[in-house]
Design a protein around this ligand. Structure first.
Ligand code: BEZ
Length: 221
């Protein structure tokens, strides 16, 4: 089964996009990146997703994350669909603020394990699932999420996971369930109490549990 695992170097593919031909690593430069795939142009859920992505593109920019979408249609279709997307985003006079890859031969979709076997086009060919890949400045895969074509993604969640990925890439912490920026974070298990005390000047608190084991250690960053 082709596909990408966390920590893999993200493929440095060449592709035609709505902003011309790109080599992916050059497109990313030293930035973080997010690549999100879509089943097809001119489909309803995809259009709402891209409109939302366009509306919050400044939030990705603030975090230093370059956005790029992908679907299995042509550049001409992407350019035409982008106008619909921007109208739905209520910014009809503005260009889509990120490119869309034209994977009309499904080569990248196969390479990266993005096809959804349950969703087929009228010729019986599989459509792309809703994949999300977050790539770090080192070009390695930091996160992947895979949704079926019938379930639209939550772009607030994508910003939230990027905040977690960027924080935990810098500090020896992990983010607990439903964490949001500003909430307390957890000290990672590999740090000793002494190391944690010296690394976290705001202090470390430990939650008591029946086992008596002191693994629920929180701090504020
Ligand atoms: C959509 O984007 O609405 C969609 C695409 C393929 C299958 C189901 C829904």
């Amino acid at each position: 089964m082709p596909g990408l695992l966390l920590g893999d170097e993200f493929p440095n593919f060449e592709a035609d996009t709505s902003i011309g031909r790109i080599k992916f690593h050059d497109f990313l430069g030293n930035s973080w990146g997010i690549l999100f795939s879509h089943p097809r142009d001119f489909t309803p859920v995809c259009t709402t997703e891209l409109a939302r992505a366009a509306n919050i593109s400044n939030e990705f920019k603030k975090r230093g994350v370059k956005m790029i979408a992908l679907s299995i249609d042509s550049v001409a279709d992407h350019n035409s669909w982008s106008k619909d997307v921007m109208a739905v985003s209520k910014n009809a006079d503005t260009d889509l603020p990120f490119p869309i890859i034209a994977d009309d031969k499904r080569e990248l979709s196969v390479l990266m394990g993005m096809l959804d076997p349950d969703e087929k086009d009228k010729d019986g060919m599989p459509l792309t699932a809703r994949c999300v890949f977050v790539i770090g400045p080192d070009k390695k895969l930091k996160l992947s999420i895979l949704y079926p074509a019938t379930t639209g993604r939550n772009f607030d969640e994508l910003l939230r996971v990027i905040d977690s990925l960027q924080l935990t890439a810098q500090k020896k912490v992990a983010t607990p369930v439903d964490w949001k920026p500003g909430d307390k974070v957890m000290v990672i298990p590999s740090l000793s109490d002494a190391e944690a005390a010296s690394l976290f000047p705001n202090g470390v608190t430990t939650e008591e549990v029946p086992s008596g084991k002191k693994y629920l250690r929180y701090t504020h960053i």
